[in-house]
Ligand binder design. Structure first.
Ligand SMILES: *Cc1c(COP(=O)(O)O)cnc(C)c1O
Length: 483
């Protein structure tokens, strides 16, 4: 027998944040008050919060120390120069413009490059990115490979660009109407699926032959670099920092939300190599975000970002980050729970349609599953299915996308392996009694982005999870128990 080598988090805990343990009766009350929508729960009532990995990471002691080194000068803060140096060193771009978060950078890029009537191709849309492209007058064109839309496909690089789709677009509309291609790394809406270095280079080559810029969405580029190291031929000897620099070197600039890879709670930046474009961006950022040496951030935020960038490319860190996602995913796979494969970089996507075959799509199985999981365990997940997709803007009919999922998104460095065990057990428990979950119908449906604020009720009875025996989780004594 080979000796077993256990895995453990590459950090120890210096400060703790207490979690409130709730009873099932309390959670039933809380989800009812929230209209069976996990977005409307109070965070206080949540035990393990897997709603998103955006801005929810834990900072290190070095980052917290960095906050105290904030230079809150209006202009020319030392922390800006530290951030600029970190971006140049690890991403390799010449000009760096801070913004309040990723969408601030997307806004500046979109309004400075897009003319009304333009087309912006990309390897799958992202919500805020596409919104800014469209507000600037462009049409987004999805050029990702077909397999990215198939939860059963096991390809290692489901984030790849389909070069034939890209060529066809260039032929159809002409390169002059394509200001840039938006190249997403570790494609979020596909489940955190990477693009290969080979495909990234080929995509950049094709664009550059036609005089089209490539702007990367580098929000999850470090996670992508890790998958390149693990999955792509001839890359396993390279450092994450080396692969990241290589990826960026083929592109002309990027937008970045530092709330993901870079381990901070707020912040982002835009980077470009072109001097003229940089001047334009520096001019626009003053109007929308703040002076080009702070972009809507405090000096301390930029310091935490600079330190976070360096920490994010350490192999120990990124291996543990993605390792934790895989640990949870593998526990579910072993139990036969249907999830999107391969396991991606930032979360596990559970296939609610297959989990709850007795609930018709019209009764929103993913919404019901997220609500039932909360009632069962206090774990908060997010719906990614028909409720998120909304209605057809002409017919007003509900859209039923191929994927009806819930997302268990893992914040970085926040939860331990034990939290993953509890989460896996909760999902598996629920899978074994899935027939007790009841479908939902709207009681309130907002017009825009309805998933955030919609309210529901069970189609029968008052509860989303109809079980008679109530298993209380083993609660750790709350503070002040006096033992
Ligand atoms: C989160 C995210 C963004 C937007 O960044 P914000 O900081 O939330 O504005 C853009 N692209 C991707 C891929 C993201 O995950």
């Amino acid at each position: 027998m080979p000796r077993r080598h256990s895995w453990a988090e590459p950090y120890k805990i210096k400060m703790v944040e207490h979690l409130r343990m709730t009873t099932r009766a309390e959670r039933e009350e809380a989800i009812r008050e929230a209209g069976f929508n996990t977005f409307l729960l109070r965070s206080e009532d949540v035990y393990i919060d897997l709603l998103t990995d955006s801005g929810t990471s834990a900072m290190s002691d070095r980052q917290w120390a960095g906050l105290m080194m904030g230079d809150e000068a209006y202009a020319g803060s030392r922390n800006f120069y530290n951030l600029e140096a970190a971006v140049r060193r690890f991403y390799g771009y010449r000009h760096v413009i801070p913004t309040h978060q990723g969408r601030g950078a997307e806004h500046i890029l979109s309004i400075m490059c897009i003319k009304p009537g333009d087309f912006v191709p990309g390897n799958m849309y992202f919500t805020t990115t596409k919104a800014h492209q469209e507000l600037a007058g462009a049409t987004f064109v999805d050029v990702i490979i077909d397999e990215a839309h198939d939860p059963q496909s096991d390809l290692p690089f489901k984030g790849n660009v389909d070069l034939r789709k890209l060529e066809a677009l260039i032929k159809r509309v002409g390169a002059g109407r394509i200001p840039y291609l938006c190249l997403q790394t570790n494609v979020n809406m596909a489940g955190g699926q990477p693009i290969s270095l080979e495909n990234l280079k080929a995509t950049c080559d094709l664009c550059h032959r036609h005089g089209i810029r490539v702007m990367m969405d580098a929000t999850r580029a470090v996670e992508n670099a890790y998958f390149i190291r693990m999955r792509e031929k001839g890359q396993s000897h390279r450092t994450i920092a080396d692969i990241l620099l290589d990826m960026c070197s083929h592109t002309d600039g990027c937008t970045n939300s530092a709330k993901k890879d870079s381990l901070v709670n707020i912040g982002g930046w835009l980077a470009v190599n072109d001097d003229d474009l940089a001047d334009k961006a520096r001019n626009l950022v003053v109007v929308y975000e703040g002076l080009h040496t702070y972009g809507g951030l405090a000096g301390r935020d930029m310091e935490a970002m600079a330190i976070g960038i360096e920490e994010s490319v350490q192999l120990d860190h990124i291996r543990a980050r993605i390792g934790q996602v895989e640990y949870l995913g593998n526990a579910l796979v072993r139990a036969g729970v249907p999830i999107v494969r391969p396991i991606g970089g930032h979360g596990i996507f559970v296939d609610a349609a297959r989990f709850l075959p007795h609930i018709p799509r019209e009764e929103f199985p993913a919404q019901a599953l997220a609500a039932a999981l909360y009632v069962q365990s206090g774990v908060r997940a997010m719906e990614r299915g028909a409720v998120s997709a909304g209605r057809h803007h002409d017919t007003g009919e509900n859209l039923f996308p191929k994927l009806e999922l819930i997302r268990l998104t893992i914040p970085r460095r926040v939860y331990t392996q034990a939290h993953m065990d509890v989460t896996a057990e909760a999902v598996i428990d629920l899978y074994e009694q899935a027939e007790n979950i009841v479908g939902l119908r709207f009681t309130f449906e907002p017009k825009h982005l309805r998933f955030f604020q919609a309210r529901f009720e069970p189609v029968v009875g008052a509860r989303v999870l109809r079980t008679e025996t109530i298993d209380e989780p083993v609660a750790v004594g709350a503070m002040g128990d006096g033992i």
